[in-house]
Ligand binder design. Structure first.
Ligand code: ZN
Length: 162
């Protein structure tokens, strides 16, 4: 799946806008995230911190939860925006749950302090080698509707578009 320049631009703009809604009074480290689903829709998230620090939610996971709770479970791309905003390990595993081998991760580093903004792109699966695989572990049924089954059939994935 090749992402169009327009799709990337829209995804980045959505993540930047979501970043403005971050709740981060403790870290003062706002992160915006956006996911593009196979239905062509974009869902966003931002980090939501808590006074009990361990309860903090990362922006990527908020965006994924927004998509999934609207019935969309197949991600084409995930974008994260901030200062050196590389997704944490927990978020990588959560995003992979809804990714295929073709899902992109787009990282927008806003720079600052003399550094300019940079955009980098990688396949999501390359970002978490040896990810926990619920199919291998026998936790999910091996049926053709299962998103995770699409991982091994690269290029043959059939996506339904509305
Ligand atoms: Zn995270």
């Amino acid at each position: 799946m090749k992402l169009s320049t327009k799709a990337v631009r829209e995804l980045v703009a959505a993540a930047k806008k979501a970043r403005l809604k971050a709740y981060c009074p403790y870290s003062r480290y706002p992160i915006g995230a956006a996911v593009l689903t196979d239905a062509g829709r974009i869902y966003t998230g931002a980090n939501v911190e808590n006074a009990s620090y361990g309860l903090t939610m990362c922006g990527e996971r908020v965006a994924v939860a927004n998509a999934v709770t609207r019935g969309e479970k197949a991600l084409l791309a995930v974008c994260v925006v901030g200062r050196s905003p590389k997704p944490c390990g927990a978020c990588r595993q959560v995003v992979i749950e809804f990714s295929s081998k073709d899902t992109w991760l787009i990282i927008v580093d806003l720079g600052g302090e003399g550094r300019r903004e940079t955009v980098s792109k990688a396949r999501m699966f390359s970002m978490l080698p040896g990810a926990f695989d619920p199919l291998e572990a026998g936790l999910l049924p091996k049926n053709p509707q299962n998103l995770l089954n699409r991982r091994t059939r690269r290029g043959k994935t059939r996506r339904t578009r509305r």
